[in-house]
Structure formats: structure tokens, C-alpha cells
Design a binder for this molecule. Structure first.
Ligand SMILES: Cc1ncc(COP(=O)(O)O)c(C=O)c1O
Length: 347
């Protein structure tokens, strides 16, 4: 199958497996794992933050960050389709006691005005306060869209003015940095805490990083233990992260180009694809406009040997390019998908 369901589908390359096999390891909980320590230092520098902590998943990184920024009863402000709002099983409430105020965005982005309205103090006598703003870049549910830096600056500055802590769910932050041609720190250094995922475009089997100030990350270590995320010889996995930073960052541009190629071919074949929305490695396909429901469309695609996946939008499927999808697979998918969905080639 040509697996375009998600960039989490990658398997470690031979080079990554060799790096894993050769990894220097130690007891991570005692902060004695040299590979984990090296990865943490490297990612902190990459993101323009003082310190970083290695975690098993980006969800755990987000959840720990939210817990660091708010007290039970505080309000988390986030775009309404953000991963922390819709895909983390109410973790913000379960783990941090936060109430979520979802803000309707455009392309995953919200405006300073929306933020001001949402952060307005409650009329309760006791302080029920907006405490934290979480943004997502790239934004998964809008199809891997990026925040233009000037807009990001305005919203983060507004958050600071309002006294909010700021967290960036940058699970795919490096996709945004590569697409925009900026250093990752230009995006990430503005935030109090930042999540980076290693098991998406970077192609690691698992792992994520939470970065922030030294004092914040010291507090995060306590939460890491509390969440059961403090590991032992985790250098086995951290070595994959270091390998990925050496070999898999610049190549994200290839994933982006392949996504554009898919989108162009599908649009030319008459499929409802908005090329203007393809900014990184996602292509969104509105099969409802073809008179198909997503279950039927996925079945047809599966029979044709192509995997796409559903999205939060009821009639929209997505294709995601990644390390395990090469040019030949993209060429094949350019033709197979319109055929399977009954689009007229050349329409
Ligand atoms: C934007 C975003 N944040 C966080 C996550 C969570 O990642 P993980 O599966 O490592 O917990 C995902 C996963 O898809 C994501 O897309």
C-alpha cells in the first residue's frame, strides 16, 4: 500500500537503525543517559530555549506543559480544532484541571482580537482566569498550515500583554520552519514552552521533546515522573532523534514538494483540492464534493492500493507525505487516486 495516512507511518531507515544499535546509553531517570542528554541540549539550542526534556510522546509533552502553566479552574485558550482540544481526550481537564475555551480559527490561526475577547476576565468573584494560550504550528486539522511570523508575533505579544503563559504545540514545527525558510528558533523562541515531535516528519519510531526555560524544564522533570514518562536506557530512542536532526530535517522540503505534486495532479484530474492550502506535507481532499462519503472513498482507495485518512472535517480526507513515500509512490498516487475516486482525468 502507498501509505499516505500519516507521517507517523515511517519506519526507521537503515542508517537510523545503525545509530540506534550504536547508541551510548545510561539511566535516563538519573539523567545519566548520554544520548538523551545530548538530544535535549541539541533541541533546546535548535528551538532557542534554555533547556529541554525528552518524553515518549508529543501528547505527554503538551499535557505536561499545560499543567505547568495553569492551576485547576484556570482557562486554556486554543484554536477549536487544535490537537490539545480535540485529540488529547480531555487531558487538559483531566491532568491540569483546565477548562478549555475553544476559539474558532482560520487555517488554524486566531487573531489578537479573538484572543482579547476570549481572555476577558470572568464575572465570578473568585478569579476564574484565562491562564494559558496554546498555538499549533503546523496546524494538523487545517491541513498542515503554517503561521506567518508577523501574525504569530502579534498574537504572542497580545498573550503576553494579557498575562497569559504561551505554549506552542510544534509537533511539526520543523515542517513550518523548512517551509518558511526560517530557523526553528525564530518560531519557537517566542513561547514559554514548545513541543517538538520526533516520530512524525523526522521519522523516529517514537519520542518528543518539551523545551522551555531551565526552571520550567526542571518542573517538567517532576511531571515526567508523575506521568510515568521517566525512562531508563532511553538513549536507544534518543539516538534516533539525533540521527533525524542530522539527516531528516532539510529533506522535509522533499515531502512538501511531493505534497504539492500530488495536489497539482489531483486538481488537474478534477479532484476537489485547494492548492493554495498545501503549505507543507498535507493535502486535503473534499470527497463530499464528489458525492462520496469518506468511508466509501477510503474503501475505493484501499482497493486501489492507496491509504488516505479521515480528518475532523466530515467530508474531507487527507494525504500526508513522509520519509517512506518516494517519488515513484507519489507518481503512482497521482494517477491511482483520481481513478479510484472516479474523477475525469484531464477534467
Ligand atoms: C499537532 C499535534 N500535536 C500533538 C500530537 C501528538 O503526538 P503523539 O502521537 O506523539 O502523542 C500530534 C499527533 O498527531 C499532532 O498532530
Amino acid at each position: 500500500m502507498i501509505d499516505l495516512r500519516s507521517d507517523t507511518a515511517t519506519r526507521p531507515t537503515q542508517g537510523m537503525r545503525e545509530a540506534i544499535a550504536a547508541a551510548a546509553v545510561g539511566d535516563e531517570q538519573k539523567r545519566e543517559d548520554p544520548s538523551v542528554n545530548a538530544l535535549q541540549e541539541r533541541v533546546a539550542a535548535l528551538l532557542g530555549q534554555e533547556a529541554a526534556v525528552f518524553l515518549p510522546t508529543a501528547t505527554m509533552a503538551n499535557q505536561i506543559a499545560l499543567k505547568l502553566h495553569g492551576r485547576p479552574g484556570d482557562v486554556l485558550l486554543a484554536e477549536r480544532h487544535a490537537h490539545v482540544v480535540i485529540y488529547e481526550y480531555g487531558g487538559a481537564a483531566a491532568h491540569a484541571g483546565l477548562m478549555v475555551e475553544p476559539i474558532p480559527g482560520r487555517a488554524g490561526r486566531i487573531s489578537p482580537e479573538q484572543l482579547r475577547v476570549a481572555a476577558a476576565p470572568s464575572s465570578k468573584v473568585a478569579d476564574q482566569r484565562a491562564a494559558v494560550l496554546a498555538l499549533e504550528d503546523t496546524h494538523n486539522s487545517s491541513g498542515g498550515r503554517c503561521w506567518p511570523l508577523d501574525e504569530l508575533e502579534e498574537v504572542v505579544a497580545t498573550a503576553r500583554e494579557l498575562g497569559l503563559a504561551t505554549h506552542l504545540d510544534g509537533a511539526r514545527l520543523l515542517n513550518a520552519a523548512v517551509a518558511q525558510g526560517v530557523a526553528p528558533a525564530e518560531i519557537a523562541a517566542r513561547f514559554d514552552t514548545v513541543t517538538l515531535c520526533l516520530s512524525k516528519g523526522l521519522g523516529c519510531p517514537l519520542g518528543a521533546i518539551l523545551a522551555g526555560s531551565a526552571s520550567m524544564i526542571e518542573r517538567a522533570w517532576r511531571e515526567k515522573h508523575l506521568f510515568g514518562g521517566a525512562m531508563r536506557q532511553a538513549g536507544i530512542v534518543a539516538a534516533a532523534g539525533i540521527y533525524a536532526l542530522d539527516h531528516h530535517v532539510e529533506r522535509l522540503a522533499d515531502d512538501h514538494e511531493r505534497a504539492r505534486r500530488l495536489a497539482r495532479a489531483w486538481a488537474e484530474a478534477g479532484l476537489p483540492v485547494d492548492l493554495g492550502q498545501v503549505e507543507t506535507n498535507f493535502v486535503q481532499l473534499d470527497v463530499g464534493a464528489l458525492g462520496l462519503d469518506t468511508a466509501e472513498a477510503l474503501l475505493r482507495l484501499k482497493d486501489a492500493g492507496v491509504g488516505l485518512s479521515t480528518t475532523i472535517h466530515p467530508s474531507v480526507l487527507r494525504a500526508v507525505t513522509h520519509l517512506d513515500v518516494d517519488d515513484a509512490a507519489v507518481d503512482a498516487a497521482c494517477a491511482l487516486v483520481p481513478d479510484a475516486l472516479g474523477a475525469r482525468v484531464g477534467a
